[in-house]
Design a protein around this ligand. Structure first.
Ligand SMILES: [Zn+2]
Length: 432
């Protein structure tokens, strides 16, 4: 029997109560759910509120540039085998949102928290997690978090602050591997790295990294300057030779192959599942129970959901940075040819600088009918033109479904940046 967390300090309780009032006022005024406003006020009134509310809980944090929302959901599902789990499943992954999520379930001991990569040091120092799962680091929101090595350095400094925390880390991302060197205990996962352009040089000494295949089929990496090298993972995604098709891949756990039968598609979700099962095992969940639980997770906040858009079945794919685009293009290309609709914004939450689209290998769209919508559709049209892709500009993603080939019930894939994706999810009711 797991004992519930201890009572909160009076100051934290009062701050949370006032935060709830602020959140309710925000809702009454029609300014959204109010969760962020309420959490912000509570943290201002009780700056150590996050540390207080985390007392006595078993906490796992998940951070990354891509895949943290899905991996958080997978890990929460696996940990749920051992009892109730609280999670910030709505996607509010900064300190205010995390405080609000924990406050909503004050007697639930286990928590799986998605944490924004820039806020991980502050959150982890406050909540003192049992475990931190780190998947990858790459450029995202160029006006906010383009300096991947700086983020990795902030993660690296965390090791000294968290002497009792185990890191579950992707051995295939050199930035992540370097970042967790300060942690006393590390579980290495061979989760793969399709996008290497943000990890060309050694994060330790800035020499050009070398890469080459291992006998296992994994890609080794090493630094000829300082000796930093890919650690040997205990859990890894293993693809059949010569193919990247997810259905032929397994998760190797201590050398034993397991087929997880995921509902979620693509190589990136197998990687997310490998990290989740490694983390769950570390938290005491039997491997087979964890794998069974992972197989029940479907679309997460609309990601990979198939919805009705216009009159067509549309698969919603979030692609908000070059690494994410590479993963989604790989996923699209694994299936039969469908029309692709790109819905592209560059608001604050997307990053206002969309120039990263020039790093996307847009030529991989060749052979597919492509339609472009969104506030920055013109930027995308120029990028596609330079890649030799003949695309059609549309007023909206819905308008694109009306003219895309394939007939009234022909499926389409929609690739959307963060704010465009969120609007599609709300409009189609795809959030779960
Ligand atoms: Zn080096």
């Amino acid at each position: 029997m797991v004992s519930p967390p201890p009572p909160l300090k009076p100051r934290t309780r009062a701050a949370l109560a006032l935060g709830r009032v602020a959140a309710a006022s925000s809702r009454l005024l029609g300014r959204g759910s109010g969760e962020v406003v309420g959490g912000q006020l509570a943290l201002r009134l009780a700056p150590d509120g996050l540390a207080d509310i985390a007392q006595g809980r078993l906490i796992a944090c998940v951070s990354a540039t891509n895949g943290k929302t899905t991996t958080t959901r997978l890990l929460a599902a696996a940990l749920n085998c051992c009892g109730p789990v609280v999670s910030n499943s709505g996607g509010a992954n900064m300190p205010d949102g995390i405080l609000t999520a924990l406050a909503q379930r004050p007697r639930t001991t286990s928590a799986v928290l998605e944490v924004d990569e820039l806020h991980l040091p502050a959150v982890a120092t406050a909540v003192q997690p049992h475990l931190i799962a780190l998947l990858n680091l790459s450029r995202d929101q160029l006006d906010r978090s383009n300096e991947t090595r700086r983020i990795a350095a902030s993660w690296r400094a965390l090791g000294g602050e968290l002497p009792d925390t185990t890191a579950v880390a992707n051995a295939d991302d050199p930035l992540v591997a370097w970042a967790v060197q300060g942690f006393r205990a590390v579980v290495w996962v061979g989760a793969g790295q399709v996008w290497t352009a943000d990890a060309m040089v050694c994060p330790s000494c800035a020499k050009l990294l070398r890469r080459g295949p291992l006998a296992s089929g994994d890609i080794d990496w090493w630094c000829p300057g300082c000796g930093l090298r890919r650690p040997a993972p205990s859990v890894s995604v293993r693809h059949s030779p010569g193919t990247n098709a997810p259905d032929t891949a397994v998760i190797l756990i201590d050398g034993v192959p397991h087929s997880p039968s995921l509902l979620l598609p693509g190589r990136c979700n197998l990687a997310n599942a490998a990290v989740a099962v490694a983390a769950a095992r570390e938290l005491g969940v039997p491997v087979l129970d964890a794998l069974t639980a992972l197989a029940t997770v479907g679309a997460v906040q609309g990601r990979y959901a198939t919805v009705r858009l216009g009159d067509r079945p549309a698969r919603l794919l979030l692609a908000k940075n070059p690494a994410g685009w590479v993963e989604m293009l790989e996923l699209i290309r694994a299936d039969a040819v469908r029309p692709v609709i790109i819905d592209f914004n560059a608001r604050a939450a997307d990053g206002r600088d969309p120039s990263w689209i020039w790093d996307v290998p847009a030529g991989l769209l060749a052979g597919r009918p492509v339609f472009v919508a969104g506030e920055r559709a013109d930027d995308v049209m120029v990028r596609l033109a330079y890649a030799g892709i003949d695309a059609t500009r549309c007023d909206s993603a819905v308008a694109a479904t009306a003219i895309a080939p394939g007939g009234p019930n022909g499926p389409v894939d929609v690739l959307a940046t963060y704010t465009a994706f969120r609007e599609l999810v709300v409009a189609t009711g795809a959030a779960t």
